[in-house]
Design a protein around this ligand. Structure first.
Ligand code: VGL
Ligand code: ZN
Length: 202
């Protein structure tokens, strides 16, 4: 058992990011047995859930003529336009059935505001609107976070970078993550993570 100052944060292990999902990550479901095993090692366990309204601005379908995986400029910066995914209350937004959700202390939903995406578990994509997770972890005395889940190069990486910026010690378990890898995004994320002092373990 790890010390009570260590938290496991499981990012977006939801049907839409697993094989046959709307934004399927290759082998996204392969990480689930490892994550289930890890949960019994940690005193503090948080699951995040990407949770978008149907009219969400990150969906290509809400921008007439725009192709999925193209880019647009939002008031808060560049934004990838995604296939419609993780719509609130749909089976695509549900956790994968194999993921053990009962051990979780907190389930944090993000991306629920129509006008702004939220890759990170800590801040929306303007990098300033908080989700509340920082306060939750600090008030529980957490100083180190271990990140796993989907996808390595988007929601996991953004969460890890924000955690490091907030002063947490951050470990990312690469074998318990899978990537989308859009136009070199995985290599770009790896470099940013290392530069931010995130400890990359297998
Ligand atoms: C994610 C793209 C859009 C993720 C969520 O969980 O990495 N990626 N929404
Ligand atoms: Zn999303």
């Amino acid at each position: 058992m790890r010390p009570s100052t260590d938290a496991l944060i499981v990012i977006d292990v939801q049907n839409d990011f697993c094989p046959n999902g709307a934004l399927a990550v290759t082998d996204g479901d392969a990480i689930i047995p490892r994550i289930n095993a890890l949960m019994s090692d940690f005193a503090v366990k948080v699951l995040t859930q990407d949770w978008h309204p149907a009219n969400h601005a990150s969906f290509a379908a809400n921008h007439p003529g725009a192709a999925p995986f193209s880019m647009i400029d939002m008031p808060y910066g560049p934004q990838v336009l995604w296939p419609t995914h993780c719509v609130q209350g749909t089976s695509g937004a549900a956790f994968h059935a194999a993921l053990h959700t009962d051990p979780a202390d907190l389930i944090l939903r993000k991306g629920f505001r129509a006008g702004i995406d939220s890759y990170s578990a800590f801040f929306e994509n303007d990098r300033t609107t908080p989700t509340g997770l920082e306060g939750y972890l600090r008030t529980r005395g957490v100083t180190t976070v271990t990140l796993v889940g989907l996808a390595t190069d988007f929601c996991v990486a953004y969460s890890a970078l924000d955690a490091a910026r907030l002063g947490f010690n951050v470990v990312l378990l690469e074998d318990a993550c899978r990537a989308i890898n859009l136009n070199g995004s995985l290599e770009e994320a790896r470099e940013a993570l290392l530069a931010a002092g995130v400890v990359m373990e297998r």
